[in-house]
Each structure stands twice: as C-alpha cells, then as structure tokens.
Design a protein around this ligand. Sequence first.
Ligand SMILES: [Ca+2]
Ligand SMILES: [Ca+2]
Length: 457
Amino acid sequence: MSATSKSLYLSMLCGGLMVATAGAQTMIENFEQYASDADIQAVWHPDVNATITLSSYVADHSWGSNSMRVAVSMPALAWQTTVITGPALPAPMSLAPTQYITLRIVGDPRFTNASYQQFFIYAWDGKGNFGRWGAAVPTTTLSSWQIFNFPVSSVTAPSDSPGLPDLTNIVEFKFYIYGQGDPAGAAFSATIYLDEFQVRDTPLTEFPPQSSIRAKLDDFEGYANSTAFLGFYRYLNGAPTTVTTASLSTPAPQGAKALKLSIDFGAGQWPWGSVVSGTVAPFALPTNTVVSFWFKGDPALAPVADDGTVLRLSFYDQGGNAIHFSTSAPVTSSVWTKVEAPFNQFWSSSVVDTGNLVQWQLLVEGWRGTPDSTPLSGNFYIDDIRGAFPPSLGVVHQGTDLQLLMNNLMPGTWYTLELTTNFLHPVMYSFPANSSSEAWPVLPEQTTGFWRLYYTP
Ligand SMILES: [Ca+2]
Ligand SMILES: [Ca+2]
C-alpha cells in the first residue's frame, strides 16, 4: 500500500512540474528594479517628443508597484511617431511562434485626435533585421489598464526593415507610438502607461467574473417602427457603396414582428451590410449555450452565391473582441429556417471574454465575386434571437450529507426536477430558479437515485 501511495504522490508531482513548464513566461520588463525617474531614464531612452518617468500607477492584478509613464507630444506631422528604445537584452532571447508577446497598457482618449494611432513592439535580431507587433492605442474614456496579447507568429516586417527577425536571436526591443496619420490631425499631447512586458506560452487574460446569461437577445417585438429600432441598432456596412435599410415585418415566426434587412450590395468583391446592437449590460454565453434564431433569405442572390455568401452572427465583449457564427445556405433560401448555433461552432481570431458580452451584430455578405461583380439587392428577415442553456446536474458533498447541485439555471425560469430511485415512481417538482445555481438535499437513507432537470423555453 505504501508503495502505491508513494508512486501516486510522485506522479502528481510530475504533473505539477509539467504544468509549470507549459505555463512558462519570461518577464522582460516590469519596472520594479527602478527607484527613481533617473534610474528608469538611464535604461529606457525616448526621443525628443516623449518624456518617461517612473509611476506608481499599476493594474489591479499586476505584480509590484511600478509602471512606466510616457508623456508624448504629437505635432501635426504626417505619420508622427515616438520611439522609446529599450536596453540591449542581457542575453539573446528565443521566441517560439506559439508564444505571446504580452504588455499591459493604459491608453489616452486624446489619441482619437489622430486618424492613425498604433502602438507597436519592435524586435531586433543580432543581424539588424527587425519585425513588429501592434494594435491601436487604447482610447477608452475610462482610464484603465488593458492587456495586449500578440501571437509571436503574427510578427510582420515594416517596410524599412531588411527582413523579418530571427526569432531565436532577439537582442533588443523598442516601443513605437504612432500618433498621426496622413494627413495629420491637430497637434496633441497624451500620456500612456506601460507595464509587465513579457513573453508567455498562453495569453494573459484577467476577465471579470462571468455575468448572468441573457436568454432573449431580441425578438423585435419591442420596437414600434424602424425609427425605434434604429434607436438601439446602427448600420455598419463594408463599404459606402453598400446600403442597409432596416424595417419591421409582419407576419413573423415568433410574435408579430421580425426584422427585415434590405441590403443593396455594392459592386466588386466581398460586399456586406449589417446592423450592430447598442451596448447592453454584460451577459454570458456559457460553453453549453445553443444560440438560435429564425432567418429567411433571398433567392435573388442564388445566381451569384459563392463562398463569400454568408450570414454571420457576432457577439462582442467590452474590449471589442468578437466571436462569430456563420452559415451560408439560409442566405439564398426563401423559407424561414431555424438556425441553431452551438457555442463550439463560434470562432474567433482573438481572446474573447465570453462571460461578459455586451453587443451583437447581424451581417449578410453577398458574395466573394470578382472586381467586376455588379450591384445586387436582397431582402433578409431575422427573428427571435435567443440562447438556450441546458442546466447541469451534479451530486456533491455538503458536510456529511449529499446534495444535488443544479447549475446553469436561468433566474426566473421554471424548471421541472424529476426524481426516482427505481424508474417506476418518479416524483416531479416544479420551481422557479432564484439564482443560476440551486441545491436539493439528498436524503441520508437514499443509496440510489436518478434525477432529471429540464425547462420548456
Ligand atoms: Ca510593474
Ligand atoms: Ca418576433
């Protein structure tokens, strides 16, 4: 017995060590080693349009008490850019394509003065080649820390680089802050903060706790007319040559109203039109969610349909990152189709906080086509966008007793719980969920039990 325990203990320890390796990260700079402005200015060197100082402004979940404050002035010059040069690394670094370059950053709403505002991390190799990763400078009006996670594999070579860097021999990093496009906007000054510049095997994510679910996204019953609809939704089209017009349509597969999108697709390739919802209180799409909606397309598009003929439903988190579900067949179908989108069929090119989504978008793309494709119009109908959330069951210990734990409940929804010990005499209880999780006692004398929990949408 003791040999078994010993080998079990050892195998658990190995598991722990492997996890540690898989979660490896290298902190390149966290600004904790500096005691004064002079200390940080001796190591990091801005150009004449920036001043760097040591700051005690740090993110809630960061380690330590220091960040770098960068005050920049952006004259009204096309492509105005400030460069902050970091120290030569103590030893060359090797970055794996599967890793992430991660940085904490606080942006500044004053960057909205510019028609182009990007923050880039540049990396040099030992032979003078360099590449970069970048994203828009955050301009949220709520001053707060954001996280950039750039896949190492997404490195690109700027036009003035002799070539992509050798990622196994990185010797120096610099930060480039673009603060003007062409033509330049008005001159402005801004302040950003940087911290915890690191290389990680996984993206750094610090999402807030998951919000509650939102069963009904929209059934379009609540809008008196298209003006009321456009008080909540706005149009977003792929190009000015595509025009979307929304109205309410009767009859509908649910209630009395459905949404009608009349889209005049412009000439050329990839034309798309969409409506984007207003921002709502954060809601979650748990991983067992099935989103469903009714859709009716337009056979007028059938002659031009190709792999660019797509219906897409997207959900956005508070950082503007989206998950998408797309399907093609309903776009050219003249009959109402109930489209079901399980969570695992949504896709994304970024890290999305699916526990706190705040917006959705309904998009129809006409075709991939060719540069010669001619304009064409179509009418599309949508109704009753909702999420279904199968509840889950588990038996857990509560002190010395057992209890049945019911999760993924929708507060306010009536559920039916069936209990049986022998399948002959099931007992049924109906109850309204008061929260997303509820417990049911298991009687001490009960040695066998079968439970079933369900609701009727
Ligand atoms: Ca720090
Ligand atoms: Ca409806």
